[in-house]
Design a protein around this ligand. Structure first.
Ligand SMILES: Nc1nc2c(c(=O)[nH]1)N[C@H]1C(S)=C(S)[C@@H](COP(=O)(O)O)O[C@H]1N2
Ligand SMILES: [Mo]
Length: 540
């Protein structure tokens, strides 16, 4: 009796292993096939309509601002990579589970794959940049391919009445056990080959769309600006090791946006439309139209509202562009302060971002521009090629639309832009702030003179004073480096006579309006962090 039991047990274990192990493998293969086919279809629709990008984007759209802010703080620009890996992880788990399910219940497992496709399709069509129902295709077609494959593979795993098979087939070990081992292996191998081919072809096609954009960028020659920036004054950059460079290189410039795939826009087919309330002469402009206009060159420091006290999301570059106020005036726009009907300019990007800016700020004489160049180069793709907006003095989320394609004049009453819908303030001038770049937190400088240095900013007002305090001592004036313009940050330094022991260094700035930074710490939501930056060090 024991022998029979053992045999039965072994047979049962075999069947279980086959159903669980090979079922799971079938699920993974189905998931792989679905993503590969979706990639190929997305090349025919739009690269952004692929399921992982679409679900990731939809997740970003729906993430509460607090969580998103936390992700930006925690992972910085890696937040997008982590999100995509997370989605792939969830998909893999789902595929494994559906594969095991399909081994027992073929139809149910395959239907589950279709359900994933529906989720992807809903995500893709719900994105603000969705161009219509075709965005659903990559997820739907991909999931149909995945479901069909799972159905076929699960079929090969099924128990068959051994007696009905011919003697020849019985040489196959799988057949002997009552399942179609040869059929499974062949179907799986064919699926891997076909999926890989489809995926690679899709990748290549998606890549070649970007190639046109890259070629159009390589062709750009920025004309000399009619109005050049005054040179950066000598002495704007204190020679203190560890202080921020006055000009931030394009490579080092911070990046904050919601784009999982960096939009690759072909400058030759790009157009910008200007229309809306009070626009008497709507305009459509090409990239060449902008290049032929009078260009201005300006140093402008850009800051993100998500920058914590002491944070890194600030950069200063030399931009070339077209004065936005001139374009608006030409199209007949009057600012509300002169009786115009529109108080908000809404910029829309090719990736569906909307950014609302007060028309009065744009037309009050400051150098608000449609920027085409950054530090002598055409805009890098990550910074908005071919054209982005910039308005000195306002946080990026209310002024600096990258990959801009449309400008609509409207009112703050009538329209809430992307971040305003998500509880950020509709109007957000940059708060006066200062940061200690050196020494770094928990540094161990030697007793004696230690150079404390950093940056302070209050764009469009200008910085008039920076003070440093050691522990609970008195506030002492730091040396201010030369000012470039009131739209740029200002470097400062302070020779500190450091005595041994633990010390906390604190900085605060005063802007040209005479307002000193408040000590009160606030969160970045809804309109930017306030408070003083402190660094704790131990002097040896
Ligand atoms: N299309 C688009 N433009 C955008 C954003 C975005 O998510 N999408 N983010 C804005 C925010 S929040 C900031 S701070 C700046 C950052 O510009 P940068 O990445 O070039 O530094 O771009 C702004 N323009
Ligand atoms: Mo931002």
């Amino acid at each position: 009796m024991a022998g029979v039991n053992d045999e039965l047990w072994t047979a049962l274990r075999r069947v279980t292993w086959r159903l669980v192990g090979l079922g799971a493998l079938s699920g993974l293969l189905a998931g792989y096939a679905a993503l590969a086919v979706a990639e190929l279809v997305s090349a025919a629709v739009r690269p952004e309509s692929g399921p992982v990008v679409a679900v990731g984007g939809a997740a970003i759209d729906r993430t509460p601002s607090a969580v998103k802010d936390w992700a930006i703080q925690e992972f910085g620009t890696d937040d997008k990579l982590i999100l995509q890996l997370g989605i792939l992880g969830v998909l893999a788990l789902g595929a494994l589970a559906l594969g095991v399910l399909a081994a027992r219940h073929r139809r149910l497992g395959s239907a589950g794959v279709l359900l994933f496709g529906v989720v992807g399709a809903l995500a893709a069509t719900s994105r603000p940049d969705s161009t219509g129902i075709t965005d659903a295709l990559p997820s739907l077609v991909g999931s149909v391919a995945g479901a069909a494959l799972l159905y076929v593979l699960a079929g090969r795993l099924r128990q068959r009445p051994v007696a009905s098979e011919g003697a020849a087939a019985r040489e196959d070990e799988g057949e002997a056990e009552g399942w179609d081992r040869r059929g499974f292996v062949m179907a799986a191998a064919a699926a891997v080959a076909a999926s890989t081919a489809a995926g690679l072809l899709g990748r290549a096609l998606n890549g070649s769309q970007g190639a046109n954009a890259v070629a159009s960028r390589n062709k750009v020659v920025l004309p000399a600006p009619a109005s050049a920036a005054a040179g950066v004054p000598e002495g704007a950059q204190p020679r203190v090791p560890g202080i921020s460079s006055f000009v931030t290189s394009n490579k080092a410039f911070y990046r904050v946006d919601t784009a999982l795939v960096v939009p690759k826009v072909n400058a030759e087919t790009w157009r910008l439309t200007i229309h809306g309330k009070g626009v008497e002469r709507p305009m459509t402009l090409s990239f060449d139209d902008l290049l032929r206009r009078e260009l201005i060159e300006r140093d402008i420091t850009l800051t993100c509202v998500s920058n914590e006290v002491g944070g890194p999301y600030i950069g200063n570059a030399r931009w070339i562009g077209v004065r936005l106020a001139d374009l608006l005036a030409e199209s007949g726009v009057e600012p509300p302060s002169r009786g115009g009907p529109a108080d908000q300019l809404v910029a829309r990007s090719v990736d569906g971002m909307t950014i609302g800016t007060p028309v009065d700020d744009i037309m009050d004489g400051r150098d608000a521009m449609l920027a085409l160049g950054m530090n002598g180069q055409p805009l890098p793709f990550v910074h908005g090629f071919p054209v982005r907006m910039l308005v000195p003095g306002l946080y990026g989320y209310v002024s600096a639309c990258k990959w801009i394609r449309d400008i609509e004049l409207t009112t703050f009453d009538d329209y809430d832009a992307y971040w305003v819908k998500r509880d950020w303030a509709a109007k957000a001038p940059i708060k006066t702030q200062s940061r200690i770049d050196t020494p770094k937190p928990f540094a161990r400088p030697k007793a004696g003179t230690v150079m404390v240095a950093g940056v302070a900013w209050a764009q469009h007002r200008g910085i008039d004073k920076v003070e440093v305090r050691v522990d609970d001592g008195p506030w002492q004036r730091a040396d201010l480096a030369a000012e470039d313009t009131r739209d740029t940050w200002r470097q400062w330094s302070f020779p500190w006579k450091a005595t041994s022991g633990g010390h906390t260094i604190t900085v605060r700035a005063t802007d040209r309006a005479g307002d000193t930074q408040t000590e009160k710490r606030t969160r970045t939501i809804p309109d930017g962090a306030s408070g003083w930056h402190s660094v704790a060090v131990t002097v040896d």
